[in-house]
Design a protein around this ligand. Structure first.
Ligand SMILES: [Zn+2]
Length: 322
């Protein structure tokens, strides 16, 4: 039998210990190479694009000759206003990368010896960056797609005494916080999840992203019936078989397996407000599961350093304290 990809040496191209041994200077150079990869790693002005910049003698800051703007390797990016040494951010990305089902903020705070709040914001910044990247996904007309939905959140805590317990499957016993993640997954392509109140709310979004006339695989849920007007639908009844007559949604199910395991095994509880971020993170991990971890690390670092400052996560705790 062929060796599983993740067991091969090729899958391990990133070493946490190598990152941990880096001096801050080396870490800064690594960041610089990734951020300005489109200019051979040489810094240029993020404000006006001028290539003529001068490094200040006293600090790791450059000054633009064109507009006098001063910038560091992280200014203007998702890591703007950083308070920790650059190496810690590289480490955080490396640790985040290596968690195939995600990484909890609490665990990261122990790994980095930083406050929980710091790790929480850092991880969410990376998720936001990944989500923005994942949302750029476009689907070709000719490929086959799978759609599926799975419900998250809103379950109630069961009562201690058996006679007070209720059937948690009944909708009216729900807390109203239950949401559905609907994923569109292109076979041999990308996965694009969105969060809705109920499955049928996803129709419009599906139509926005999947070109008319595509072959679309879906299960027997009634909500998908209206899609027959726009797509060549292949329906699979999961109570009969997982794959039958060429119809199956197994790849969409694989995405949900990862997201569910992340919820149960890593985070234990995912806030309904942030469900979309976690879904996007798992979609990206699913799509890149056969990419060596070093390349995944470079991809996440590059997305983060090319990403504008986070409106939501920059100064998150300062704002929430007010
Ligand atoms: Zn400039």
């Amino acid at each position: 039998m062929a060796q599983h990809f993740l067991l091969s040496a090729a899958a391990r191209s990133l070493s946490l210990s190598a990152v941990a041994r880096m001096s801050d200077e080396e870490a800064a150079v690594t960041f610089q190479r990734i951020r300005w990869s489109d200019n051979g790693g040489e810094p240029y002005c993020p404000r006006c694009g001028c290539l003529e910049v001068r490094k200040l003698a006293t600090r790791s800051v450059w000054k633009c000759k064109g507009c006098s703007h001063q910038f560091s390797v992280t200014s203007g990016t998702t890591f703007a206003d950083r308070k920790r040494p650059i190496r810690d951010y590289l480490l955080a990305i490396a640790i985040f990368t290596n968690g195939a089902k995600g990484h909890s903020a609490l665990q990261m705070s122990r790994d980095l010896n930083c406050q929980y709040k710091t790790a929480f914001v850092l991880a969410h910044k990376l998720r936001e960056v990944i989500e923005d990247e994942q949302r750029k996904t476009t689907f070709a007309e000719t490929t086959e797609k799978e759609i599926d939905g799975a419900y998250f959140g809103g379950t109630i805590r069961q009562e201690n005494e058996a006679e007070k317990r209720v059937d948690r499957r009944l909708a009216d016993e729900q807390t109203g916080k239950r949401q559905v993640v609907v994923v569109m997954r292109e076979r041999k392509g990308r996965s694009l999840p969105f969060v809705f109140g109920k499955e049928s709310d996803a129709i419009e979004t599906i139509r926005e992203h999947i070109p008319v006339g595509s072959i679309v695989h879906a299960d027997e849920a009634r909500g998908w019936d209206v899609l027959h007007a726009h797509y060549d639908m292949r329906r699979i009844n999961h109570s009969v078989a997982f794959s039958k007559d060429g119809a199956c949604t197994n790849q969409a199910e694989s995405f949900f397996a990862r997201l569910r395991r992340s919820e149960i095994g890593v985070h234990h509880r995912i806030s309904g407000k942030r469900l979309s971020l976690y879904a996007s993170e798992m979609a990206w991990r699913e799509d890149n599961r056969r990419v060596p971890n070093g390349a995944q690390f470079n991809a996440i670092a590059s997305m983060a350093l090319k990403h504008h400052m986070s409106r939501e996560w920059r100064g998150y705790w300062q704002r929430s304290a007010r």
